[in-house]
Design a protein around this ligand. Structure first.
Ligand SMILES: Nc1nc2c(c(=O)[nH]1)N=C([C@H](O)[C@H](O)COP(=O)(O)OP(=O)(O)OP(=O)(O)O)CN2
Ligand SMILES: [Zn+2]
Length: 136
């Protein structure tokens, strides 16, 4: 088999990396009988998804290791904290995903080739929200 003759289709490349942190929150504008109006916690998982039309050597959208500043931010600022005391919005998964997209675009994107297309925040094994960044 001569692999050099395999045609490479054009298209886009996409990568994702998942980070995690533990935090408490409550959603105070929910009615008091709603369980999530009470203080509780999650093992949050945050996936960032990046795309690129071409690759940098040796064939990366972005080296997964270059996303380390995002992990550093989650560990330093959100891990083992109370999100509703910290963030200027009610910390639903949807709003958290939008906020984390904003932080990533401001602080990580300038140093990497890949462009952020989405952030997914998972609160539980069965519940997640995704924020898709508008085409720029
Ligand atoms: N669209 C959203 N709905 C809810 C959010 C949210 O961020 N976005 N958040 C919550 C609560 O934070 C809750 O902790 C998570 O909800 P839920 O999936 O209902 O949690 P459970 O694991 O307890 O659900 P099961 O019934 O065991 O599947 C509520 N809604
Ligand atoms: Zn919750």
């Amino acid at each position: 088999m001569v692999f050099i003759s395999v045609p490479l289709p054009s298209g886009t490349f996409t990568i994702g990396k998942t980070f995690d942190f533990e935090a408490g929150h409550r959603l105070p504008s929910l009615p008091s009988e709603h369980k999530c109006s009470r203080q509780h916690g999650h093992s949050y998982q945050v996936e960032v998804i990046l795309t690129a039309l071409h690759l940098e050597e040796p064939g990366f959208v972005t080296d997964f290791g270059d996303l380390a500043p995002f992990k550093k931010f989650l560990d330093a600022e959100l891990d083992h904290r109370n999100l509703d005391e910290l963030l200027p919005f009610e910390p639903t998964s949807e709003r958290l995903a939008q906020f984390l997209a904003g932080w990533f675009i401001q602080n990580v994107e300038p140093a990497v080739l890949g462009r952020l297309i989405a952030v997914r925040v998972r609160e539980t094994e069965r519940s997640w929200a995704r924020f898709d960044v508008e085409q720029r």
